[in-house]
Design a protein around this ligand. Structure first.
Ligand SMILES: Cc1cc2nc3c(=O)[nH]c(=O)nc-3n(C[C@H](O)[C@H](O)[C@H](O)COP(=O)(O)OP(=O)(O)OC[C@H]3O[C@@H](n4cnc5c(N)ncnc54)[C@H](O)[C@@H]3O)c2cc1C
Length: 596
């Protein structure tokens, strides 16, 4: 099951919906030429296809093993991890002050897409390390940054994120892990965390756990949570490794998918003293963790894109090869299934939804870059608002699409999709976690309608929707782009009406707003995705007119926007009813009647 990174389409998205060219005019990225970007994507693609992809099935079949507190990764993983570190792909956006390459975040996202598509379970290890790097870069002290960042950026050490406890899942504020301050300024951590991804393994020489815990007398809920750095091996002042800290993996989960990613129950301070170091201020841990989680949410959204694309590649190859039935229009008894309308519909649906989600995720990552690096303060503020607004949509919509499209890829295979040997079933199993972790998609939808729509008086969505309207109004009145106009017009109108309906709702309307949250997020993802594909189509048309680029690729881009507008966007527009219907029917029956 080979993987070939779709660099041509990634490059188109990076340029025309993620605005990478414009971003490279910002001071920290001015050395990033188009040739360099092409070279990086090509090399990363080769690495993902050549090193990570061949281990995907091995990892799925072997899984991880816990032996006397040591987690054994599947065969080949430790040496592939070493290759990742040596090739420098662990965290390309790491600061050059600490040995990183200082690339834009959106470039890291593009590279991470390839690693994830090649081997989702494996890619989680660098993904969590990248989150830890982000949290430390933003909230760590100078000393903490100097001590931990170089090895985290290179991947010599890996990172984890420890929030969840048995009674504290979506409700993080319910966590009970304790942190006792010590006279020397360190803390003693005591408690248990569950479901910790890559919580224990031997691929990296140290693991830096970021752990949420409560100080004595801290306020209840999320206001009383602090963030701590807990190394597996304590790190001496000169950066060398000291003794083992009392943090250990006590069990690993048996799961539906991502078998090669150890999902660990971690025990802190069980038999001895577990040393932790405060990151940021006491009781401000959620703010620090959100730095890590926001980027992790974008990276999880990316998993939907990556795994959807991997499944698409396999479904397409199968559809071009499998001979079954005759064509409807001819007497050909040996048609390949790609010739049948329904198979074409499935293939276009998978490809186009994945491309729309790629544009959504890359666009969100680019907003993060602009928020950090644009020279104009107003652009930075507007970009931060856009990143905040889009993050729950990127996470939830793309991961839902990942599950739906891997399932559709199985349908293209027919019975062979359901048997494990083709490998496509693994993608569905692997993809299923993404709508659950990093905040379930239900929680993302509540974040979107509860916080993000109302942020700064709603100015971020108002600005975005007005840009979408303007783009639609400026479309030419004839030719292929004109055909997109009615779908975009209807879609943006419905999105605007839904947002106005949900915006600024008061206490009395809270259940109605929450009831509309998930369909609204879906509508947002579908319609905004269609708009982004239209932007890419417009750029493709301009290149075709100038006689630049690959005509076959660019013509397919025009068709992508057309198919999506005709077939997918009306499904988003039609959600206006469910969004605005309120909660009455949800609460019209009693709990007992659910079982009736
Ligand atoms: C494989 C795997 C890896 C993981 N990796 C990590 C990790 O590295 N670090 C870490 O800290 N955690 C990790 N997790 C935990 C994960 O983030 C949680 O499982 C997730 O946040 C959901 O929490 P829960 O399982 O307790 O579900 P619950 O919170 O019990 O939710 C159950 C259902 O109720 C819904 N629900 C809950 N509250 C609300 C509400 N207020 N409104 C509407 N609906 C609601 C949810 O959307 C969901 O559908 C991982 C989990 C798995 C399975």
């Amino acid at each position: 099951m080979s993987y070939s990174a779709p660099t041509e389409t990634m490059r188109h998205t990076l340029e025309f919906t993620a605005g990478l060219g414009e971003l490279t005019r910002c001071p920290p990225f001015q050395d990033l030429s188009a040739d360099l970007i092409d070279g990086i994507l090509e090399q990363a693609g080769k690495f993902a296809g050549g090193v990570f992809a061949p281990l995907n099935r091995v990892g799925d079949m072997q899984g991880c093993l816990l032996e006397n507190g040591i987690v054994r990764s599947p065969s080949g993983f430790a040496s592939a991890y070493r290759e990742l570190v040596e090739a420098g792909w662990n965290c390309v956006s790491g600061s050059p002050d600490f040995g990183g390459m200082g690339m834009p975040y959106v470039m890291q996202i593009a590279i991470q897409e390839m690693m994830t598509a090649a081997n989702m379970a494996f890619s989680l290890c660098p993904m969590l390390t990248q989150g830890a790097i982000e949290a430390l870069t933003t909230h760590g002290t100078d000393q903490q940054r100097a001590l931990y960042l170089p090895n985290l950026i290179s991947g010599e050490w890996s990172g984890t994120m420890n929030l969840t406890e048995p009674q504290a899942g979506s409700d993080v504020g319910a966590l009970r892990t304790k942190a006792e301050p010590q006279p020397d300024g360190t803390y003693r951590i005591k408690g248990q965390k569950i479901y910790i991804t890559w919580g224990e393994h031997e691929c990296s020489s140290n693991i830096i756990h970021l752990v949420l815990a409560r100080l004595p007398g801290a306020p209840a809920g999320t206001k009383g949570i602090s963030l701590f750095l807990v190394p597996k091996f304590l790190v001496k002042e000169d950066g060398t490794l000291g003794p083992r800290n009392d943090v250990k993996c006590v069990s690993i989960e048996h799961k539906l998918g991502i078998h090669a990613s150890p999902t660990c129950t971690m025990s802190f301070g069980d038999s001895d003293e577990c040393v932790g170091y405060l990151i940021g201020e006491e009781n401000r841990g959620m703010a620090c963790m959100f730095t890590m989680m926001n980027n992790a949410r974008i990276a999880v959204g990316l998993q939907g894109v990556a795994i959807g694309d991997r499944a698409y590649q396999q479904a397409l190859a199968y559809a071009r090869d499998r001979v079954q039935s005759k064509t409807l229009t001819g007497a050909d008894q040996s048609a390949r299934i790609i010739e049948h309308p329904d198979v074409r519909r499935m293939l276009l649906t998978i490809n186009d939804k994945v491309e729309a989600c790629r544009a959504l995720v890359y666009g969100t990552a680019r907003a993060v870059d602009s928020a950090h690096h644009h020279p104009d303060a107003d652009v930075r503020a507007a970009s931060q608002g856009l990143a905040d607004l889009l993050t729950p949509v990127a996470k939830a919509h793309s991961t839902d699409i990942g599950v739906e499209m891997t399932s559709m890829a199985i349908q293209v295979f027919g019975g062979m999709g359901y048997v494990e040997e083709t490998g496509v079933a693994q993608h569905l199993r692997d993809s299923r976690i993404a709508p659950i972790y990093e905040g379930t998609n239900g929680i993302q939808a509540l974040d979107l309608v509860g916080r993000k729509l109302n942020m700064d008086g709603g100015k971020h969505w108002k600005r975005l929707f007005s840009e979408m309207r303007q783009f639609t109004a400026d479309l030419p009145s004839s030719g292929p782009l004109a055909a997109l106009e009615p779908y975009l017009d209807d879609g943006v109108e419905a999105l605007q009406t839904a947002a106005v309906n949900l915006f600024g709702s008061d206490e009395e309307e809270i259940l109605d707003t929450a009831a509309g949250a998930t369909p609204f997020l879906r509508m947002f993802g579908v319609i905004f995705g269609g708009y982004l594909l239209a932007v890419e189509a417009k750029a493709a048309k301009a290149l075709l007119e100038k006689g630049e680029g690959n005509p076959s690729f660019l013509e397919a881009k025009l068709n992508t926007a057309q198919f999506y507008a005709e077939q997918i966007m009306p499904q988003g527009t039609a959600l206006l009813g469910p969004i605005t219907r309120g909660a009455a029917t949800l609460y019209a029956i009693s709990e007992e009647q659910f079982a009736a």
